[in-house]
Design a protein around this ligand. Sequence first.
Ligand code: CA
Length: 358
Amino acid sequence: MKRRDFLKTAGTGSLLAGGLSAPFIARGATRIRWKMVTTWPKNFPGLGTGANHLAKLITEMSGGRLQVKVYGAKELVPAFEVFDAVSRGTAQMGHGAAYYWKGKVEAAQFFAAVPFGLTADEMNGWLYHGGGMELWRKLYEPFGLIPAAAGNTGVQMGGWFNREIRSLADMKGLKMRIPGLGGEVLRRLGGTPVNLPGGEIYTSLQSGAIDATEWVGPYNDLAFGLYKAAKYYYYPGWHEPGTTLEALINRKAFAALPKDLQAIVQNACRVVNQDMLAEYMARNNQALHTLVTRHKVQLRAFPDEVLARLRQLSEEVVQEVAAKDKATRAIYDSFRAFRNQVGEWQRISELAYLKARR
Ligand code: CA
């Protein structure tokens, strides 16, 4: 391109500001500011810091043209109002987990965690290359929202209990903080599920308002000090085998962005989605070691009998949710077909390898 043509393309207005660099100054001047509301306590390890990371990536990758400011739970809106806040445009972005919105859109739970469902790698396979993402976008369309996978905790822990679980009978009458479909499974076992945001878990467990809680895994649970409120720490996290965290984007705000900033927002979510999983993989066992050796936490596996019943009830619960409407059915069918086909591969790959490695 000749210099003359370039200057013409760049627009005559910018010439006054001083030659070739002018268009870039003009571009930099249109600075967009977004708010990101989150369901996490501000700066909470892994989850809150994951949201911070996402905001920082977008701000940096855009050279400051799109600046995202993060608000912890309650700073702008309460944890469980994030969905509505982004939907109505109070904030342009949100970070949380889709199962928190089950009261609004029940099928959203498939995009966070399903008991005995997909692991983190499997979730990513389903979302990015198995049709999951398209279904998720369609589900949130009526709310003016675009969802994105933006973090994954990997397999979570079964939770903290103030008494030992030796049989199915020990699950009866248990008042436990456990969100999503897992909560419904507990209810059918005779327990009482409670949904509390992260910031209220510790005091509820310590005061005896709840008997047990699940949260995430050693890395997060250590940071919350849950070992001070309950002694028994159970595995595996049957109810959350690879929880996907979610970025919510206001559709109008997204549409107003130039194409390159749209690509930055979407790809920053993808980076954070992968990076958070790597962080949990790196930190969980270090934290578990601290919990067991320094804080004398009693690590326990759920008895086989309990897991078998939980699996059975989970199938029931998930199928009932799927039967409620056509959209949910389509999501369930896609999810289930993916789990079945990927399961065959997992048996002769990850599972066989980890068994062989020991
Ligand atoms: Ca959890």
